[in-house]
Ligand binder design. Structure first.
Ligand code: NAD
Ligand code: UD1
Length: 338
């Protein structure tokens, strides 16, 4: 297939672009580089031995989208482009709603004009809000994300359901990611957060690399085994593979399909620190501080639906996640700026 990957220079998009190329698909990446670098795409080309057609531009630019769709025959769109910093979304909700929601609608409008109806959307487990039981299956209620970023994901999901209901040609996958971490085993592509990382493993990595003094553990009074927050961490290469499986599946399935992409196993913050220390030999100094606003105690996936319908299971262990993250960080101490 000829696949348009929006946000393909970013963390998950670059790993998925590589998986697409390795599987024989052709890839056009549309990215405005607000949170990424073209070096990631050069490395995807080097790893796959195949070219990426890169367009530097914005999903809000409908003229550019029309040009992309009219200048080549696109079979499907994997839509990663979006802003994802939770704290920033609370400070700048308009920016988030315009970029993530209006951007997605602009993309869908251009797809419809060009008769392209296969779409895989990057959603998040955040759309489930704070469920009362675990594990979370796809039929759980959505509707109470704790921040504007999460609400932007839920809004897009709801819009896509209405769009698909109005026209049976749409084939849409909503992929609800749990906590993507790790890096490609080559150490050539990985997560490259600018500034202070928001997420746990990027923060741990910076402490291990000596760039930050210590990790703040956000609360140890949750109802979990050791009191710290529990999440379902999934290796980004497994996540990328899940996108290929979802893409292959939806081209034959009109309507909207929802799949959780997680491992189905929870790890607490303290367990993640130990796992990192054991896998890398680095000591992670930490201090327990107050809970972070908007955090929930625990969140992990029921993976049954993805297993049965996609034939997909996350294969990589938490140890793999730590080893691959550390290799990426050691090889690229300044991210792509080297
Ligand atoms: P990322 O920031 O590394 O990648 C997103 C890419 O989109 C970046 O390269 C950025 O430059 C680009 N972009 C942003 N706005 C754009 C626009 N208007 N036009 C064109 N390009 C634009 O983030 P990621 O971690 O790879 O996340 C990819 C997607 O998955 C996002 O939609 C994110 O919300 C979603 N998601 C991520 C996580 C996570 O933990 N990383 C979890 C759940 C969902
Ligand atoms: C966060 C976002 C979520 C988003 C996801 C992926 C919040 C409230 N939630 O999820 O909307 O979809 O990232 O981008 O921001 N932790 C620490 N110290 C740290 C960082 C994290 O103790 O410095 C803890 C957290 O309290 C949590 C766990 O580590 O228990 C994982 O945190 P994080 O990596 O930020 O992911 P989520 O909170 O699951």
């Amino acid at each position: 297939m000829n696949v348009l990957v929006t946000g393909g220079a970013g963390y998950i998009g670059s790993h998925t672009a590589l998986a697409l190329l390795e599987a024989g698909h052709s890839v056009t990446v549309l990215d405005n580089l607000t949170n990424s670098s073209t070096v990631a795409l050069q490395r995807v080309e080097a790893l796959s031995g195949r070219p990426v057609n890169f367009v530097n531009g914005d999903i809000l630019d409908s003229t550019l989208l029309d040009t992309i769709f009219s200048s080549q025959s696109i079979d499907a769109v994997l839509h990663f482009a979006g802003l994802k910093a939770v704290g920033e979304s609370a400070a700048e909700p308009l920016t988030y709603f315009i970029n993530n929601v209006t951007g997605s609608l602009t993309l869908c409008n251009a797809m419809k004009k060009a008769n392209v109806f296969n779409l895989v959307f990057s959603s998040s487990a955040t759309v489930y809000g704070e469920p009362t039981s675990m594990p979370i299956s796809e039929d759980f209620e959505t509707g109470a994300p704790t921040n504007p970023y999460g609400r932007s994901k839920l809004m897009v999901e709801e819009c896509l359901k209405d769009i698909a209901a109005s026209d049976s040609r749409w084939c849409i996958a909503l992929l609800r990611y749990f906590n993507p971490v790790g890096a490609h085993s080559s150490g050539m592509i990985g997560e490259n957060p600018s500034g202070l990382p928001n997420n746990l493993l990027p923060f741990i990595s910076k402490v291990a690399a000596g760039k930050l003094k210590e990790l703040c553990v956000f609360g140890d009074d949750y109802p979990t085994v050791d009191g710290t927050g529990m999440r379902d961490y999934i290796h980004v290469v497994d996540l990328a593979d899940g996108h290929l499986k979802a893409l292959n599946r939806i081209v034959k399935s009109p309507g909207v399909s929802v799949w959780n992409l997680g491992r189905g196993e929870g790890y607490t913050v303290l367990q993640m620190i130990s796992a990192f220390e054991n896998a890398t030999g680095c000591k992670i100094p930490y201090r327990v501080v107050a809970r972070r606003s908007g955090d929930i105690a625990e969140c992990w996936a029921d993976t049954y639906k993805a297993q049965v319908e996609l034939g997909w299971t996350a294969l990589r262990t938490v140890e793999d996640m730590m080893i691959d993250t550390w290799r990426w960080i050691r090889k690229n101490p300044d991210g792509y700026k080297n």
